[in-house]
Design a protein. Sequence first.
Length: 519
Amino acid sequence: MTQLSPPIFECRDVTVRYGHVLALSNVGAVFERGMIHAVVGQNGAGKTTFARVLAGLVRPASGEIKIDGRPLAGGNVRDARRSGVELVHQSFALPPSFTVAEAMQFGAKGGRFFTKKKLEKRWQLHLDALDVKVSTRQRIRDLPVETQQGVEIARALVSDAKLLILDEPTAVLSPEGAEKLFERVRRLKERGVTVILILHKIREVLAIADTVTVLRGGKLVDGPLASNGIDANRLAELIIGPAAARNLNPEAKAALTGTTLLPHTERQADITAAPVLKMRNVSTRPDPEGPALDGITLDIRPGEIIGVAGIEGNGQRTLVRAISALANIVNGEISIDSTNVTDTPLAARRAIGLRVIPFERNVEGLSMTSSLWENWSARSLLQTPLLSTISPSAIRKQCDSALKQWDVRYSDVRQRAGSLSGGNAQKVILSREMDEDACLILAAQPTRGLDIGATSFVWDSMRNARARGCGLLFISSDLDEIFDISDRIIVMLSGRIVAEFRPPYDLAAVGAAMTGVLR
Ligand code: ATP
């Protein structure tokens, strides 16, 4: 009689507490080997905690975990690695100044006495075998985000991982990037690797996963369920709960289930009004965050949302940095609300009404070691005249009420920002930056990593800001949401604006402009 092999992963009654927060509550599940398993749930549902428990980064308060039939010592990364578990985190951990070979070698076994050339060859073979198209001599910081992720995955697979966990891998990718990642994941499955993917988008789950497991409020709702036996509406209901599903507006539902979005309602901004942003022939030096801007001329009128489409790395980040006084301008002029701000610092621009939802929320948007209210106070500090006094207790109150309005899951405004889940941290920035005094909001990937409730709240907030007469620059790698919300779309390529579109948008034409093909 042949012996059946045990499941690759099983857990029983796993509970994790962070202080008063019950991040996982008696979770039990069994995952079969050689499959692609999706884990889904709203912001703060416990997905990352689940992944961290498996990878030995968090010790559960109670419960039992087995990898490949072998009990896992809770909270022990070495033991998890020995059992073949590897985790690729939400935000990448490779040192930007390292070459690819150095980053691959970092923490790997053997090769200490190799020459540089031999190391480069060693890792080139490994990367080639996994079809990661990169030279081991390139620096991490010069690589597009998809390639960085490919290197991270290759690094996780150095030690023959049996169970690879990718925490929100598509959040940083364009739709094409996500498709390439899925190809890579399918090839890993063919090689016998079991993959757990933490995902937000239902259409991605249904496109890639063999099974889906749903968490809500730290509890296992259902799963693993065969994903070919479940439809998008049912899965949406499992994620947000039956009551919330009944109250979902049609737009949120369409976005959630991946069905067609509502047609764009054409509206016209008042073109006679003075622009809230006026850029004239602005050029910058090459920026650490991307290519130099080359002669950007752009007007945003009050009550107008300008979508920025483009393949990542074509100057979108430099554009945001130039308007927020972080890039080095060598030519041209920038005005906000008719005030020339070309040479003024960010604080002065904020005082006029500029708000920024930055690309890198953990670095530019929040101080992870500071409390929620301190992070939130940045707004009052930057916007209050120097001689006025600011009361910490008043700020704490304001912060508390804004965070509640945004449905941020937190226990106390005094807790560290680093203790929030990724999506909740993003909501703290949004609650701070989308205020009524804003006249110009730069929104870089504002919905990245957010669950559907929060995503539709962001869209509504952007539309409300527009209705108040605010101008918005909206950068997203998701063309669907750009098409749906923007009154006008500009396309960036190599630091320049190469095309402009008005609704109804033509996907093929925008796509062609993004790749530099003129139609
Ligand atoms: P997201 O989609 O927003 O990334 P998630 O499902 O991955 O959410 P987790 O990061 O697992 O959620 O968080 C689950 C809960 O535990 C949240 O309420 C979060 O605020 C809390 N939490 C997570 N890490 C910590 C920590 N280090 N200290 C305190 N609370 C934490």
